[in-house]
Each structure stands twice: as structure tokens, then as C-alpha cells.
Design a protein around this ligand. Structure first.
Ligand SMILES: Cc1cc2nc3c(=O)[nH]c(=O)nc-3n(C[C@H](O)[C@H](O)[C@H](O)COP(=O)(O)OP(=O)(O)OC[C@H]3O[C@@H](n4cnc5c(N)ncnc54)[C@H](O)[C@@H]3O)c2cc1C
Ligand code: FES
Length: 278
């Protein structure tokens, strides 16, 4: 079978996430019931999402394997494909190939506390794992769950209804922050790396999973080290430029590592051994 051939899917729901609508979540359903049944994925994987006449782009699967029957992608309007997708309507077709890449090491995380640290649209890949570990079938396998999430402004926070649900749970410590508030904002104001330092999660038996803009990641990594986390306790996911998604074109490599296959999920310990191209 041609590995570049996408499966046909239909947009079932579109959720505008941000006030400016530059991020939207698309729920899609495979047209072929057999593909709907057989398409399986793990938290952290991505798919190549294609639009006829526009092209394709790698996008994290933000839904969780525990949510059956559909896939969700949260997409920021950035260039050709993502802008075209933002103009699509419910009922329109999209192509999906994948799932690609490795996944978050959720089996190794069992029994540990997990601290999720996200910035902006960087919550999208984390959401798949958060939903997975909070699922009633999985929750008892994990210890404490903390989520530190920030965006530039209240209007830039994504998954607002999900944040509300997580915040209501007794077994989740959710901390939401914005770089600058507005008249209605009564929550935290401050940058994610600083909030992380203030909250000072303890490193014993804890793994952190982080995704966000490069500048946030840079300071989050520094601050996690200050708090005593080792590079092996820090997991992140990369968004390199990609084309094929299947290890053929050489577009995504960092040194000898093909991010589309060996990644996009890496520990900081692994990243430190790679050339600093990410
Ligand atoms: C594993 C992975 C997961 C991802 N997950 C998500 C996700 O969940 N949500 C999401 O929104 N995005 C995600 N991305 C990022 C997304 O794939 C990119 O933003 C992608 O480029 C969008 O495609 P596009 O055709 O819309 O943009 P492009 O047309 O490729 O443009 C993207 C940006 O790059 C600039 N650009 C384009 N071409 C060049 C060039 N030649 N030189 C310099 N700059 C250029 C554009 O100006 C624009 O700012 C992910 C990427 C990876 C690798
Ligand atoms: S995107 Fe082609 S090799 Fe990774």
C-alpha cells in the first residue's frame, strides 16, 4: 500500500479555542468504518493532516486513545495548510495519514507523580496524555497529577472547558497563568517558568512533561534543573519541520535522529546528547 495515501475523514465538529480564533480544534471521523475501528494511536503521536489542493502538515493528535470513534486536532493558523483548514466547515473532507512518531512513555510513568507544563498551543499534545491518565480506567496507575498551563492573555488560553473540568477535580492540581491579565481575569499573572519555580514541585518520584514555545521551554528546563530534576525526569515533544513523516525525506533529522520516527517525544537527557538544532 502507498504509505503517502491518506485515509479520508470528515470534519464532525469545529471548536474555536482562542478569542482571536487563531486556534481551532477539529474533531474528525474516518469515512470508512473499518479504518475507524482499526486506527489506533498512543498519546504523543501525530498525524499528517491533508487538505486537497493545499498540502499536508504534521499535527499532534490531541484526543486520547481512550476517546473512541474520532480524532481531534488543535490547529494554530500558521501557514498554507493550517490557514486552509481554518476555512473548512463541518462536513468537509480532510485526509489523515499516520499515526506517526513515538509516544509519551506513559507505561514508565506508572506509579509516579506527573507535572505537566504547557504554554499556548503546546497544551495540545499534552492534552492527549492528560486525558489518558485521568481516564477512570487509568487514573489509579498514576500518583499526583499537576498541570501548570500558561498563555499570553486570557483570550489565548486553549481548551477552556477542559481546564474548568480539570480544575474541579480533587485529584488534579491545576495552575493557570497568563502573561498579562485583563479586567475580568482574577487568576494568576506571570510567566510559566516563574510559576513553576514558585510552586516548586518536588522531584522525588516525579516526571515532568512539557511543551510550549521555545523560549518557555528554555527557562522551564533551567528551572526544573534548579528544582533538582534530572534530565531523565524531563520529557518534551519537538515540532521540527517535517515532510514525509515516515523517515524517508530527511527533512526532520537532528544529527542522526529522525524526529518523525525517533521522536517527537524525547527526554532532556536524550536531547542534550543531540546537536542543538531544535
Ligand atoms: C510532530 C509535530 C506536531 C505538531 N503539532 C501541531 C499541533 O498540534 N498544532 C499546530 O497548530 N501545529 C502543530 N505542529 C506545527 C505545524 O505542523 C506547522 O506549523 C506547519 O508548518 C503548519 O503547516 P502550514 O502549511 O500551515 O504552514 P507553513 O506554510 O509551512 O508555514 C508555517 C510557518 O513557517 C513559516 N514558513 C513557511 N515556510 C518557510 C520557510 N521556507 N522558511 C522559513 N519560514 C517558513 C511561515 O511563515 C509560517 O509562519 C506540529 C509539528 C510537528 C512536527
Ligand atoms: S519528515 Fe521525512 S524523514 Fe522525517
Amino acid at each position: 500500500m502507498n504509505p503517502y495515501l491518506p485515509h479520508l475523514a470528515t470534519i464532525q465538529e469545529i471548536i474555536p479555542e482562542t478569542a482571536s480564533q487563531d486556534v481551532k480544534t477539529f474533531r474528525v471521523v474516518f469515512t470508512d468504518p473499518e479504518i475507524r475501528r482499526s486506527f489506533t494511536y498512543q498519546p504523543g503521536q501525530f498525524a499528517e493532516v491533508s487538505l486537497f489542493g493545499a498540502g499536508e502538515a504534521p499535527i499532534s493528535i490531541t484526543s486520547s486513545p481512550t476517546q473512541e470513534g474520532y480524532l481531534e486536532f488543535s490547529v494554530k493558523r500558521a501557514g498554507v495548510v493550517t490557514t486552509a483548514l481554518h476555512y473548512r466547515q463541518v462536513g468537509d473532507p480532510v485526509g489523515i495519514r499516520g499515526p506517526y512518531g513515538n509516544n509519551f512513555p506513559y507505561r514508565d510513568m506508572e506509579g509516579q507523580n506527573i507535572v505537566f507544563i504547557g504554554g499556548g498551543i503546546g497544551l495540545a499534545p499534552l492534552r492527549s496524555l492528560i486525558t489518558f491518565v485521568l481516564d477512570p480506567a487509568n487514573r489509579s496507575r498514576y500518583a499526583g497529577i499537576s498541570i501548570i498551563y500558561g498563555a499570553r492573555s486570557p483570550g489565548d488560553l486553549v481548551f477552556k472547558w477542559e481546564l474548568e473540568r480539570w480544575g474541579e477535580r480533587d485529584d488534579v492540581d491545576l495552575q493557570v497563568t497568563v502573561d498579562r491579565g485583563d479586567d475580568e481575569w482574577t487568576g494568576r499573572v506571570g510567566f510559566v517558568p516563574q510559576i513553576l519555580l514558585d510552586l516548586a514541585p518536588r522531584p522525588d518520584n516525579t516526571v515532568t512533561v512539557t511543551c510550549g514555545p521555545p523560549i518557555m521551554i528554555k527557562f522551564v528546563l533551567q528551572n526544573l534543573e534548579k528544582l533538582g530534576f534530572t534530565p531523565a525526569q524531563i520529557v518534551t515533544t519537538l515540532e521540527m519541520r517535517m515532510k514525509c513523516g515516515i523517515g524517508k525525506c530527511g527533512r526532520c533529522n537532528i544529527g542522526s535522529s529522525y524526529v518523525c520516527q525517533d521522536g517527537p517525544v524525547y527526554t532532556y537527557e536524550q536531547l542534550r546528547k543531540m546537536p542543538a538544532e531544535y
